[in-house]
Design a protein. Structure first.
Length: 105
């Protein structure tokens, strides 16, 4: 995934109702999220780098919070099993699932 593609997915993720910065997420400058950086994330100044495994794990945790009922097969986990968690198709499926989530966490 190119940096431009990763930033586009990061913008989509930040725009989701269920998104919130989580400790351990990294931005494109390699900084790890801390409470004092919260304003930067919520204002869209910095974006989560979804190529980073820890950041992607945090996004996966946010996805888990949005699931109202467990489905089998789950589309995100199916993509992860087929392509791997860090594959661009899986990351895009995860962001799309967050965009479609009805939650308001």
């Amino acid at each position: 995934m190119t940096e431009e593609e990763a930033k586009a997915l990061g913008r989509r993720a930040v725009a989701c109702k269920g998104f919130r910065p989580m400790r351990g997420m990294k931005d494109f400058d390699g900084r790890t999220w801390t409470p004092d950086l919260l304003w930067r994330w919520t204002d869209g100044v910095d974006l989560p780098d979804l190529r980073d495994p820890a950041t992607l794990g945090c996004l996966l945790a946010l996805y888990e919070e949005t699931r109202e009922m467990l489905t089998c097969p789950d589309p995100v986990y199916t993509m992860a099993a087929a392509w791997g968690l860090l594959h661009p198709r899986t990351v895009e499926a995860l962001v799309a699932a967050l965009e479609a989530a009805p939650c308001s966490t």
